[in-house]
Design a protein. Structure first.
Length: 281
């Protein structure tokens, strides 16, 4: 039974890898082919032909040339980068301060307050897009950079507060007391004791907030509109009723996932530590 269990686990892992990795491989290889070669299929039953089509071909960067030099793709990419970075730079510092207050300050009923903070993030974006659209229109920030960043911050900030509070709760309060005895003030205690001890959790929060902003589509489509299109919205414009530019769509998809993969690889150690902080508490 143990052997069967191990074999089953190996099969499940292999199936999961195939399920997740093969579409990415197809997207990368398709972005390196000319339009006519993307959907060429081998004869029925020729499994080696599938591998040849996936891995053995003459690469071409014509699709990347199209999206970078024949359209507004670079502008969309710049919009995505600026909106994501701006939202994270606002959400994470504010979330740090709010989480510290909820974790350490003697606030009456703060457990209910914490629940209401995260409850604002429970609703899907499509449920609040109409009220936000009307509000943004009244504030004259519709189709602007400010409006898009504010929309991302509206959803990122409650998540950052809730996540960082959990990390701060796992830091022993005795460490702060010892720092206060040594003469550190409240702010120095926060910067010298709390932040270094929750650094893995902080990295996880930055990654997750970046992912939510970078991959957003509906806020950028409705609130950003024509004035401030981001990369996910720009990629959808490569499809129309007359033609679907599959090669350019695949190239845009590759560009879309590369920054998050690089960011994840750079902080993967801290992200794993952060996601497991407090698990044994």
């Amino acid at each position: 039974m143990r052997i069967l269990g191990r074999v089953g686990k190996v099969i499940a892992i292999i199936f999961l890898l195939i399920w997740t990795v093969v579409p990415i491989i197809f997207m990368v290889t398709a972005s390196l082919k000319i339009a006519g070669d993307i959907f060429i299929l081998p004869p029925p039953g020729d499994w080696t032909g599938i591998l040849k089509l996936l891995f053995f071909f003459k690469p071409s960067f014509v699709q990347y040339h199209h999206i970078f030099f024949e359209g507004a793709f670079i502008t969309y990419l710049k919009h995505s980068i600026l909106a994501t970075i701006s939202s994270v730079l606002i959400s994470v510092p504010l979330g740090l301060l709010a989480a510290y207050a909820l974790s350490r300050a003697p606030i009456p009923g703060k457990q209910h307050l914490t629940f209401w903070v995260i409850s604002t993030r429970m609703a899907p974006p499509v449920a609040v897009i109409i009220p936000l659209y009307v509000l943004w229109q009244k504030l004259a920030i519709l189709n602007t950079f400010t409006g898009l960043v504010l929309a991302y911050t509206t959803f990122n900030l409650p998540f950052a507060i809730w996540l960082l509070k959990g990390f701060m709760d796992s830091v022993p309060y005795e460490l702060e007391e010892a720092a206060r005895v040594d003469g550190r003030g409240r702010f120095r205690t926060f910067t010298d004791i709390i932040i270094p001890n929750i650094a893995p959790g902080l990295a996880s929060t930055v990654i997750l907030c970046s992912l939510m902003s970078w991959n957003d589509y509906i806020f950028a489509l409705i609130l950003g509109g024509r004035g401030y299109k981001t990369l996910p919205v720009g990629i959808t414009e490569l499809e129309s009723a007359a033609v679907v530019l599959w090669g350019q769509i695949m190239a845009g998809g590759v560009i879309l996932i590369i920054p998050m993969i690089i960011l994840g690889l750079l902080v993967r150690k801290y992200m794993v530590q952060g996601l497991t902080m407090g698990a044994l508490k």
